[in-house]
Design a protein around this ligand. Structure first.
Ligand code: 13P
Ligand code: SF4
Length: 340
């Protein structure tokens, strides 16, 4: 057993040796030895309970590289949930992602380590508020970003993620689109549709992501002076000024692909720090300009909470949905799979 724990510590360290475990401090082999017993226990519990852990790339790297069975963006993780035959799905991410897994896998027990792991976008709009907005735009197709509650998905025609948003909106027959709950992504959609020569009118609600709405075009301009040759990579939740000034805009999964496929002196990633840790681990020769921000909700996940919820899930850590809401929300997600 001691050998298995030591091997786990060394395996983890080989992944994390260039990554910070807290601002200004790198991972060390000693720190990996401290967390390895918990990682081994979680991996044993998963096997015992036929459980899988789906981890969004924004959660801490010891979760991503220690216990996750799948690590990716919201779209790929929803596909993993849909294809899974696990009895237990533990979502290391935020609540709307776990709800999506429950919508797709009603027979599985879906767990979250911390029910406080909300999202400033998902929490900005209720299903009743969307129903009222819909009444004001009766001709519009209602498109919800996956960063929304199950109730909002249930009132929508189609769900999208940052990996498929432009393609799906382009393919919808309606000219008018009510896109919720991210007004910055709505502005980026309007810009992208105009660039593609597609005539759409985009309405939205008033949410923003508290991580991505902070990045500025001024910081990009400064980085271009200080780091000649830098490639700026941003997420469509950023402001249109930021996406316009970027070299590449895409989902967290597409951002990772862009970095691995591109030669550049430096990369500046305008997104959450967990993704920057992932690209650092998976692109050891590349240089990154410090630019990321922390999502407080994603950071509520921890190895200890993952272990505790697997041992003894408390009622508030188990995702439960009203069946009529789940079935209605499933329609908008299945429409996304059809149109992706
Ligand atoms: P992705 O779907 O691109 O992973 O984004 C999820 C998210 O919450 C971004 O802030
Ligand atoms: Fe929500 Fe932004 Fe956090 Fe993503 S990064 S979960 S959009 S608050």
């Amino acid at each position: 057993m001691a050998t298995a724990v030591a091997q786990e510590a060394e395996r983890l360290f080989s992944n994390l040796l260039h990554v910070e475990c807290q601002p200004g401090a790198q991972w060390t082999l000693e720190r990996c030895h401290e967390v390895a017993p918990l990682i081994c226990e979680i991996n044993r519990l998963k096997a015992e309970k036929n459980a899988i852990i789906l981890a969004h790339s924004y959660v801490d790297p010891e979760i991503v590289y220690g216990v996750a069975d799948f690590k990716s963006d919201s779209y790929a993780l929803s596909l993993e949930a849909r294809n899974s035959d696990a009895d237990v799905i533990l979502f290391a991410g935020v609540v709307f992602m776990a709800e999506t897994a429950k919508i797709l896998c009603p027979d599985a027990q879906v767990l979250v380590p911390d029910l406080g792991s909300g999202c400033s976008l998902a929490d900005s709009l209720t299903g009743a508020e969307l129903a009222a907005l819909k009444a004001r735009h009766p001709e519009a197709a209602v498109v919800c970003y996956i960063n929304s509650s199950a109730e909002v998905k249930a009132v929508s025609d189609v769900c999208v993620t940052s990996a498929n948003v432009y393609r799906i909106i382009e393919r919808l027959p309606q000219r008018e689109i009510l896109f919720v709950p991210d007004r910055l992504m709505a502005a980026n959609i309007g810009r992208e549709m105009a660039a593609r020569g597609i005539d759409k009118v985009i309405h939205s609600s008033d949410g923003t992501c508290l991580v991505h709405d902070q990045f500025t075009a001024g910081a990009i301009a400064e980085a271009r002076v200080r780091f000649p040759g830098v490639k700026v990579v941003s997420h469509p939740e950023c402001t249109p000024e930021v996406t316009e000034a970027s070299d590449f805009v895409g989902s967290t999964g597409k951002m990772m692909e862009y970095v691995s496929d591109t030669d550049a002196a430096y990369f500046m990633l305008l997104t959450e720090c967990g993704l920057v840790s992932r690209v650092e681990v998976e692109n050891p020769g590349k240089q990154f300009v410090g630019s990321c921000r922390l999502c407080p909700y994603m950071k509520l996940n921890s190895l200890q909470k993952i272990r505790d919820v697997l041992v003894d899930p408390r009622p508030h850590q188990v995702i439960e949905l009203d069946e009529s809401v789940r079935v209605a929300a499933l329609r908008s997600i299945e429409r996304m799979f059809e149109l992706s």
